[in-house]
Design a protein around this ligand. Structure first.
Ligand code: NAD
Length: 346
């Protein structure tokens, strides 16, 4: 297949490019490099000079995206490119709506106009469990039919774009030119490619495992737990951590399984939660470093426990997480952090 990966220079997008190239596809990676890194793009281009192209462009630059879709005869788009921090989205919601919705509509315009207005064939969107917001206890584990009431602008950008995509798929159906549309609502994505080439390097970094690994590396003096009095066995929040390679495998299965004309949403998470303390214990165990952890107050808006009910994705896509042991997830991330203590060069 000929595949466009948006957000290719980011953490998850770069891992997606790597898997798709390993599977023999032709891949065009697109990123404005606002948050991503050119280094993983260069590494992948060196490994696959004939099948990988990187284009530095914004999603919203419709002429550039359209030219790329036509020139590379792209049939499938995996859309990872987005701003992805809840806190930042609360501070500057218009920036988030402009980037994650307005620019992404620019991408959709190009997808619609490509191939002499026949359009692309498959679209897979990185949505988020943040679209569910606060759920009552009887909705945990979270199934796809749980109510979607986001608690942040970030969550709303993901939910709104799901609606926009559904409307676009309906238009294509009406024109007798249907599209295969999959929305994957990720839980917490973690770990790194186990060949050691790619890693997770976010600036700013707010994800629990990388923050803990940076503390283990001595790049931070200490780290904080936000809330130790939650009604959970050890008092800290519980989240579902899916290994990045398993997450990408869900995309590959969706690409191969969801048929033209189908519109589907799946949660992607292992179906089991780990508490913040369990994660920190794992990081200390795997790294062999006992770093200071401060106990702070709860953060507004943090759900107590959030983990997936994987029934639907298991039965429809035959997907099941291969990595469920948190030490294995952390070990893959730690290997890259140790080898690249300052992250990517560029
Ligand atoms: N990391 C997680 O745990 C998680 C959980 C749920 C959903 N997601 C979603 O997965 C996707 C990838 O997340 P990530 O952790 O790899 O983030 P990331 O920041 O590492 O990667 C996102 C990439 O998109 C690029 N980008 C953003 N806006 C763009 C634009 N307008 N034009 C071109 N490029 C643009 C950035 O430069 C960056 O390289 C996002 O859509 C995110 O919302 C991530």
């Amino acid at each position: 297949m000929q595949i466009l990966v948006t957000g290719a220079a980011g953490y998850i997008g770069s891992h997606a490019c790597q898997r798709l190239l390993a599977d023999g596809h032709h891949v065009v990676g697109l990123d404005n490099l606002h948050r991503g890194h050119i280094t993983p793009m260069n590494l992948l281009a060196q490994q696959h000079p004939d099948r990988f192209t990187f284009i530095q462009s914004d999603l919203g630059d419709t002429p550039t995206v359209l030219a790329a879709l036509n020139e590379h005869r792209i049939d499938t788009v995996l859309h990872f490119g987005a701003l992805a921090y809840v806190g930042e989205s609360v501070e500057d919601p218009l920036w988030y709506y402009r980037n994650n919705i307005a620019s992404a509509i620019g991408l959709l315009d190009a997808c619609d106009a490509a191939h002499d207005a026949k359009g692309i064939t498959r679209f897979i969107f990185s949505s988020s469990c943040a679209t569910y917001g606060d759920l009552p206890d009887d909705r945990i584990p979270v199934a796809e039919d749980a109510p979607q009431n986001p608690t942040s602008p970030y969550g709303y950008t993901k939910l709104h774009f799901e609606h926009i995509l559904r409307d676009y798929a309906t238009k294509r159906q009406r024109e007798n030119n249907p599209i295969a549309l999959t929305m994957l609502r990720y839980f917490n994505v973690a770990g790194s490619d186990r060949s050691g080439l790619l890693g997770e390097d976010h600036t700013p970094e707010t994800h629990l495992i990388p923050v803990a690994l940076n503390t283990a590396l001595g790049k931070r003096e200490s780290m904080s737990i936000f809330g130790t009095d939650y009604p959970t066995p050890d008092g800290t929040n519980i989240r579902d951590y899916v290994h990045v390679e398993d997450l990408i495998d869900a995309h590959v299965r969706a690409m191969n399984t969801i048929e033209i004309g189908q519109v589907e949403a799946f949660n992607v998470g292992i179906g089991k939660g780990y508490s913040v303390r369990e994660i920190l214990d794992s990081v200390k165990r795997v790294s062999g470093v006992d770093f200071p952890v401060l106990e702070g107050d709860r953060r507004a808006g943090d759900a107590i426990a959030l983990y997936n009910d994987p029934t639907k994705i298991k039965s429809a896509l035959g997907w099941d997480a291969q990595v469920t042991d948190i030490d294995e997830v952390v070990a893959s991330a730690w290997a890259w952090f140790k080898a690249n203590p300052n992250g990517y060069d560029d």
